[in-house]
Write a protein of this length. Structure first.
Length: 130
C-alpha cells in the first residue's frame, strides 16, 4: 500500500518543531543541563526529518530517515571545514542556525535521537490513517 503523507501536516510539524527548537535556546537557563546539551540539536534533526517527509511524501519512513541522517551528519561534518566564506556564513544568525558553529561528536547522537523521534511520529501518523 503506497504511503500518502499530507504535505500541510508535515510543513506544520516542521514549523512547530522549529519554534520549539528556537524556544529551547531562549529557555536554556530553565532546563536541566542534559536537555540543554541535546534538545536543540535533536529538534533541528527532527525538523530536517519532517522536511524530507514533506518533500518525499510517498517514500518509506526508512528512506526519509536515511536522507535526514545523511543531511544532518553532513552538516555536522562540514563544521570540520574552515574556509573564510563558510565561516563568514556561520557568523550570521541564519547561517549559524543552519550550519552550526563547531563539530561535536555528541551532536551526532542528538541528531539520531531527533530522527528516531521523527520515525516514531511518522509511523504513528501513517498507522492512524489506516
Amino acid at each position: 500500500m503506497p504511503i500518502k503523507r499530507n504535505r500541510w501536516l508535515y510543513l506544520g510539524l516542521a514549523g512547530i518543531t522549529m519554534l520549539l527548537g528556537l524556544s529551547s535556546r531562549r529557555l536554556a537557563e530553565h532546563l536541566p543541563h542534559i536537555l540543554n546539551q541535546y534538545l536543540g540539536d535533536s529538534l533541528w534533526a527532527l525538523m530536517v526529518f519532517f522536511l524530507w517527509a514533506l518533500l518525499l511524501k510517498t517514500r518509506t519512513t526508512s528512506l526519509i530517515a536515511g536522507y535526514a541522517l545523511l543531511f544532518s551528519f553532513g552538516v555536522e561534518l562540514s563544521q570540520l571545514y574552515h574556509a573564510f566564506w563558510i565561516d563568514s556564513l556561520r557568523q550570521t544568525r541564519l547561517g549559524g542556525l543552519v550550519l552550526g558553529y563547531g563539530f561535536l561528536w555528541r551532536d551526532l547522537l542528538a541528531y539520531s535521537i531527533g530522527i528516531g523521534c521523527g520515525i516514531s511520529i511518522d509511523k504513528l501518523i501513517i498507522k492512524s490513517k489506516q
